[in-house]
Design a protein around this ligand. Structure first.
Ligand SMILES: Nc1ncnc2c1ncn2[C@@H]1O[C@H](COP(=O)(O)OP(=O)(O)OP(=O)(O)O)[C@@H](O)[C@H]1O
Ligand SMILES: [Mg+2]
Length: 220
């Protein structure tokens, strides 16, 4: 599903990832870990095509990502849901609108859009706040909406970058449970985190970045 072959990525000539090779199978939940600055976020950005590799090959399903033309990127991204720190909710749109926006881009008709949005808000237990604005929600509630926005299009892949970074233990469990549910519905999930607690005991594959490449693989 996702494959990196000898990928090198440098910022200002300083390689962050070097000859990195890895793959993620369809239907997996995979964790990417490693110390701060190891390149976890960079790896997710390479999958999402918001950073381009200097060398090596990246493919996602049938997409040859390292060769993707700029104009093809928005189409490619329709297959991917993201939960990234720098992709926040829009403060001047309601919870409903924030989630529905992802579907408007897919040009879904109005009735189907309303239904899909309400269904996903129900799944993340935010139906009662559909008309509220993000600044009035708690951190855990906001993150549940972010996850709803990422899953409403039923993406082929969901990428999450430190998805529970600012959350307490209970909200962390809620978000991780949602990822398992999304995964059970067929979405391949990739989670970057430096928090061992997220993957310990998960029984899922954990890829460890060290010295600019995937140094080892373990079971969480
Ligand atoms: N746009 C950029 N320009 C220059 N350097 C960058 C850029 N983005 C990231 N870096 C550098 O690349 C390295 C890897 O960054 P990255 O964000 O991928 O690490 P990370 O493993 O996600 O770390 P953290 O656990 O702190 O989130 C860091 O040294 C960072 O300073
Ligand atoms: Mg990061």
């Amino acid at each position: 599903m996702i494959s990196f072959s000898n990928v090198t990525k440098a910022y200002d000539k300083e390689p962050i990832l070097k000859n990195l090779t890895m793959s993620v199978d369809r239907g997996e939940i995979t964790f990417i870990t490693g110390p701060s600055g190891a390149g976890k976020s960079t790896l997710l950005k390479l999958i999402y095509c918001s950073e381009r590799p200097d060398n090596g090959k990246i493919s996602v399903d049938n997409w040859v990502v390292h060769k993707l033309k700029q104009r093809a990127i928005p189409y490619f991204r329709r297959n991917i849901g993201i939960v990234f720190q720098d992709f926040k909710l829009l403060d001047n749109k309601t919870v409903f609108e924030n989630v529905a926006l992802a579907l408007r881009i897919h040009r879904m008709d109005k009735k189907a859009l309303r239904m899909a949005t309400h269904n996903v808000l129900k799944e993340v237990k935010m139906s009662h706040k559909a008309k509220d604005y993000p600044p009035y929600l708690s951190g855990g509630e906001q993150q549940r909406v972010v996850v709803a926005r990422a899953m409403v299009t039923k993406p082929m892949i969901l990428l999450a970058d430190e998805p529970t970074g600012n959350l307490d233990a209970e909200n962390t469990r809620t978000i991780m449970k949602l990822f398992r549910e999304i995964n059970a519905q067929g979405t391949t999930v990739v989670i970057a985190t430096h928090n061992e607690g997220l993957y310990t005991g998960s029984g899922r594959r954990v890829l460890v970045i060290k010295d600019k490449y995937i140094d080892r693989e373990m079971m969480g």
